[in-house]
Design a protein around this ligand. Structure first.
Ligand code: SF4
Length: 454
């Protein structure tokens, strides 16, 4: 499972908006680690800097000092549409009749090819292979009079997931698709405003959380203050349930509830649904840690740390030498052997996609002396791929689409395997099924290509 992207927007006259955006992106690094970019408007021009790499690798003090202005948007990218190349890094910059605009997008359009073909037939050219440029071009082409009307009109054409921050020379804009598949929230900072994929970034830069932008709605922030507007509505909402399971940081809020407590509850429910006699419970870090603590509380098993994660090793741009590459999972995790040796372990993880990583971890733990390894997963078997901005796998690659639970347990080498039920997962979030996209588990995709958006 790979995250999709992070977006940020800041409107704060008199503040160093580039530095604020940098730290907000830094807090959202977990949502995308391929490239990072910041665009800043000074009221006349928009300057942008983007590069491949982590936020801390892309920006220096000197670069941030060059980005002067009072409005900024920022983006961390993990590519789900378009290749992982610098020309697809965001923000997207486009010259329009409103002046230059900058746009940052979290999500994935399912009708990207159709829209691009339509725009190519109208004679437009494209500098990137990402769906975000299509959104910027549609906005630029809209003949509606006001910003709200332009956004509402493009919302009528877009299908799929999009949480967007955008700036013109004088306005900061944020809007979210009618299903609300990806999160987007708004906060206040000393007379200014912040829009962010997750509330954890607001905390990092000292902004106060105000609210989540509701599905299908948007905000425009200018010298006249903040104006909310209703774009397009659908009867259903479909926040991606994986935001709770894996993507969002545990200190973020979603639907006014803490991700940490939802994950803790998932662990408690797993302990009830899949009890096991063991000596200790541990997590595959980081996302499964709260759930392992919940499992420990409910089962009475001691919580231990068995694996320490080298957090961003997968995104280093230094190619490992052959002998390092062969170490595989060991590059990512270090073992705490004395916690593992001669123990019967319950090991909590958030999901199993192809099964290869879980298999490697079970092998690693057993080689370190674990007597038994019982895998417990905080989500149901993933039987369907995602078309809405998450890089999962195809049906052929998804292990749960091709094997039953006991076959998967055999494949990964676990002594037992248990998945949280969909009901248990929903209960852990405190909301019911209608609120979420859970198509990875039940195949009920929220938006068909031709569905009409009012
Ligand atoms: S299909 Fe899965 S990963 Fe994609 S939006 Fe729905 S729940 Fe999230």
């Amino acid at each position: 499972m790979k995250e999709c992207c992070a977006v940020v927007g800041i409107y704060a006259p008199g503040k160093d908006v580039a530095v604020l955006t940098y730290f907000a992106l830094y807090a959202l690094q977990h949502r995308g680690q391929e490239s990072s970019g910041i665009a800043v408007s000074n009221g006349k021009n928009i300057e942008c800097y983007k590069e491949m790499g982590l936020v801390s690798q892309v920006f220096t003090q000197e670069i941030l000092q060059r980005l002067k202005g009072h409005i900024a948007i920022g983006h961390n990218r993990y590519s789900t549409s378009g290749t992982s190349k610098i020309h697809n890094a965001q923000p997207v910059i486009l010259k329009t009749h409103l002046g230059t605009i900058a746009l940052a997008h979290n999500g994935n359009l399912i009708n990207y090819e159709h829209l691009k073909k339509m725009l190519l037939e109208r004679g437009l050219t494209f500098a990137t292979s990402s769906d975000s440029e299509v959104i910027a071009k549609l906005f630029a082409l809209s003949e509606a009079d006001t910003l709200e009307e332009k956004i509402s009109s493009i919302m009528g054409e877009l299908r799929g997931a999009y949480s967007i921050t955008m700036c013109t020379p004088n306005e900061l804009i944020g809007f979210r698709d009618p299903l609300g598949i990806r999160p987007l929230c708004i906060g206040k900072i000393n007379g200014g405003w912040v829009i962010s994929s997750e509330s954890c970034a607001l905390n990092t830069i000292g902004a106060e959380f105000i609210k989540e932008i509701p599905p299908g709605e948007g905000v425009i922030i200018s010298q006249d203050g903040l104006k909310s507007f209703a774009g397009r509505k659908l009867k259903q909402e479909s926040l991606c349930i994986f935001e709770y399971i894996y993507f969002a940081r545990p200190d973020s809020l979603l639907n006014n509830r803490s991700i940490y407590s939802a994950r803790y509850n998932m662990g408690r429910k797993l302990a009830k649904e899949w009890p096991v006699e063991a000596d200790a419970v541990m997590a595959i870090p980081d996302s499964a840690v709260p759930a392992a603590m919940g499992f420990s509380y409910e089962s009475g098993l001691t919580y231990i740390e068995g694996l320490i994660k080298n957090r961003y090793i997968a995104r280093t741009f230094i190619q490992p030498e052959d002998h390092l590459r062969k170490l595989g999972i060991k590059l990512k995790f270090n073992l705490v052997v004395e916690n593992i040796k001669n123990k019967k372990l319950v090991v909590i993880d958030d999901s199993i996609v192809r099964g290869n990583t879980t298999k490697a971890i079970v092998k690693l733990l057993k080689e370190a002396g674990a007597k038994e390894v019982h895998i417990r997963i905080t989500s149901p078997p993933m039987q369907h791929p995602c078309f809405l901005g998450v890089d999962t796998a195809t049906y052929g690659e998804l292990i749960a689409a091709n094997k039953n639970i006991s076959e998967i347990a055999d494949f990964i080498g676990a002594d037992s395997l248990g998945y949280l039920s969909l009901e248990g997962l929903m209960e852990a979030t405190g909301y019911n099924r209608e609120k979420f996209c859970a198509a990875c588990f039940n195949g009920e995709y929220p938006l068909l290509f031709d569905e009409k958006i009012e």
